[in-house]
Design a protein around this ligand. Structure first.
Ligand SMILES: C[S@@+](CC[C@H](N)C(=O)[O-])C[C@H]1O[C@@H](n2cnc3c(N)ncnc32)[C@H](O)[C@@H]1O
Length: 314
């Protein structure tokens, strides 16, 4: 009797990624399983979206390299946090040091950005931020057209924005040539290259671009890399149309080789936003579930959704 073929389920990229991590970096498996556990189906869809874009941009062979970059990045973060615990403050670094030693160094910066790309969903608290980015920001600005991304790095946050905002066009600015190249390649892989353009520029020079040109601004994990982070909030206000919305994330008491400004409390970020003329409409602060034993500092990642006020009060 002829047997009817049962349709074979498509092997999900996220399952392949987890298997690779289980085989080559088993000590990292518990943490990433936690990331998936909270909302397995939605999590797998998000991870597959990021992985499909990466495969189309850089080829399937790039995935193991990205996994290794993620492990190097996470290990570097953990080591920096241990040194921070001992010293009580971030390692002294200037923006110029970071520019010379990392942002302008192709090999190390490519590796860094590919590792960061995977943290968007492999770190549980960053996966949570990603879901909130979609639910509390992108889904609330469906008609946004002019979108500016400051410090796109790998370009993943911008690609997610263009996936959810069909009318939007994105202009991205980053200080690193690696970012401009990788973000352009990622957008091409994702099929959004006709709606995205990137320029090499210091975020703090964006007060020279036309004011009130953006319906929405996205700026993730840049603010702690600056010597004068309050200037970034002023730039965001400058770019936004009155009533326009911004999404910003930043790290608090979380050391990294290129973190310069040490935010200690969530209210510092809120205050900087308010002082710049922005109204905070949503906020969230998340932390890894596992931290160093007897740690003084809890590394957190915070998000703010902000709206440019129309006048002095609102
Ligand atoms: C931690 S990565 C964040 C990448 C991405 N936004 C994310 O959240 O995954 C920091 C990014 O900020 C960029 N950057 C650092 N200082 C900058 C500056 N002054 N102006 C523009 N970009 C800057 C770096 O080149 C890098 O791409």
């Amino acid at each position: 009797m002829a047997r009817t073929a049962t349709p074979t389920a498509r092997r999900r990229p996220v399952d392949g990624l987890f298997e690779d991590i289980a085989a080559r970096h088993p000590r990292s498996l518990n943490g990433i399983r936690e990331a998936r556990a909270a909302a397995p189906e939605r999590y797998s869809d998000l991870a597959d979206t990021f992985l499909d874009w990466a495969i189309r941009a850089w080829g399937r062979d790039a995935l193991p390299r990205m996994v290794d970059a993620f492990i190097r990045f996470t290990t570097g973060v953990n080591m920096a946090q241990a040194r921070y615990e001992r010293a009580g403050h971030y390692e002294n670094k200037t923006f110029q040091d970071c520019l010379n030693s990392l942002y302008n160094e192709k090999e190390s910066m490519d590796d860094y950005l590919l590792g960061v790309y995977l943290t968007n969903f492999l770190w549980a608290h960053h996966a949570e931020i990603c879901f909130r980015y979609i639910d509390h920001f992108l889904n609330r600005i469906p008609d946004a057209k002019a979108l500016v991304e400051i410090a796109p790095g790998h370009g993943g946050w911008g690609a997610l924005a263009l996936k959810h905002l069909p009318a939007a066009e994105l202009l991205g600015y980053d200080i690193s040539p690696s970012s401009i190249r990788l973000a352009t390649e990622l957008m091409t892989g994702a099929g959004f290259n006709d709606r995205a353009r990137y320029e090499l520029k210091d975020a703090l020079d964006l007060d020279a671009v036309p004011a009130e040109s953006a319906d929405a601004v996205v700026c993730n994990f840049l603010v702690e890399h600056l010597e004068r982070p309050e200037k970034l909030f002023a730039v965001i206000r400058h770019l936004l149309k009155p009533g326009g919305q911004a999404f910003l994330t930043g790290a608090l008491t979380a050391a990294q080789i290129d973190h310069i400004y040490e935010f200690r409390s969530e209210s510092e970020l809120v205050k900087m936003a308010e002082d710049a003329g922005l109204r905070v409409t949503d906020a969230f602060s998340g932390a890894p579930r596992r931290t160093l034993p007897n740690a003084r500092f809890l590394p957190r990642s915070m998000l703010l959704v902000m709206q440019r006020r129309r006048n002095e009060i609102y």
